[in-house]
Design a protein around this ligand. Structure first.
Ligand code: PMV
Length: 345
């Protein structure tokens, strides 16, 4: 990474209005890059909205990348070439999620917008339950704060990203910003601080995209409607999901995968009963199981989007291929390490 010579920094400093002086003193590099992973919900989605626990995992195979480049004399600009969008922070509307996250980050650092261009790329599929919005916002917060020579702790990154999530999703549970900002498996329950944890045993997942667009808001609203119509049955589903999640957590943290596949299958059965599965997902799940997956379920809001299969590492390619033959638009093989290896952020 290129350092700015002190004399150049000094000259730039004098060319800027007084309000920018402090900002400039914080800039040590003319370019910085930061990353953030995608995520999947291993278990507990939907029931988590009703107070049950859920477990989410970072997916380092897919990442968002934010790069900040010093552009002396130019206004702070956010550039999203993947979707053909670019805007200056000064002109972005208050409800623009990334602009909001950038403004809050600058306010947290007590600085003016620097003369810089922040460019974001992401390989995380959009609107597929892999947390692309939260990942892009996390990469933004990390890159911008690093550009201004501040390393924010995960809890603060997560809180800033949550404000963008609110604009994207209305009343999100906070699971995406937490798992992505921490970059570790997270035990999540509403009204309680999220608990990042280490699994005591590594494991491999195949994540398969059904190619059907599932809309989180619709899926959540549908479950709420059905819950309102039949609270006893749905409360029963939610409690049963909570038990599955607790049992999976116990096994992962005590170092055994025995029975985890069957627990994932049970979670899928409950999700289907709640009405959030989809024939395309059922087809991929069946194909994954038939090819030797230990268990499989939809992940995220459902009605489309992704599903995941727990696999023995040596079966991963075969399971992924079977799921593609069954119609998966794309498959990702991801490994969750027992002590997540130092991830690039
Ligand atoms: O599809 P995703 O990853 O955004 O997950 C939605 C998870 C739900 O439990 C259905 C909703 C929520 O806000 O937790």
């Amino acid at each position: 990474m290129e350092s700015i010579p002190k004399n150049r920094l000094f000259a730039l400093h004098w060319l800027q209005p007084a309000a920018l002086c402090y900002t400039f003193l914080m800039i040590k590099e003319s370019a910085v890059t930061a990353f953030a992973p995608g995520k999947v919900i291993l278990c507990g989605e939907h029931a988590v909205v009703y107070g049950q626990p859920a477990i989410a995992l970072p997916v380092f195979r897919e990442q968002a990348k934010a790069e900040v480049l010093l552009t002396p004399g130019k206004p702070f600009t956010i550039d999203l070439p993947d979707i053909g969008a670019a805007f200056t922070l000064a002109e972005a509307p208050a409800a623009e999620p990334l602009a909001r996250v950038a403004r809050l980050t600058l306010a947290r650092l007590k600085v003016e917008p620097p003369p810089a261009r922040l460019t974001i790329h992401s390989t995380i599929p959009i609107a597929s339950g892999m947390g692309s919005g939260a990942a892009v916002a996390t990469a933004l917060v990390r890159a911008l704060s690093r550009f201004l020579s501040v390393q924010l702790p995960p809890a603060e990154v997560s809180a800033l990203v949550y404000e963008g999530e609110r604009l994207w999703h209305g009343t999100p549970s906070g699971i995406d910003n937490t798992v992505i900002a921490y970059g570790r498996p997270v035990w999540f329950q509403k009204e309680a601080p999220p608990r990042p944890f280490h699994t005591a045993i590594p494991f491999t997942l195949v994540v398969a995209d059904s190619g059907v667009a599932g809309v989180t808001k619709d899926a959540v609203a549908g479950v709420r409607r059905r819950w309102q119509a039949d609270r006893v049955t749905y409360d029963g589903y939610f409690v049963a999901v909570g038990e599955v999640v607790r049992e999976i957590y116990r096994r992962l943290t005590s170092g055994t995968l025995v029975g985890v596949g069957a627990l994932l299958d049970e979670n899928q059965r409950l999700l289907a009963a709640m009405g959030v599965s989809h024939p395309a997902l059922e087809q991929l799940i069946a194909a994954g199981r038939a090819a030797g997956a230990l268990g499989a379920k939809l992940c995220g809001a459902g009605l489309g989007g992704n599903c995941l299969a727990l696999v023995e590492a040596e079966r991963a390619e075969a399971v992924a291929a079977a799921m593609r033959r069954a119609g998966a638009r794309r498959t990702i093989i991801t490994r969750v390490e027992s002590r997540q290896k130092e991830a690039r952020t």
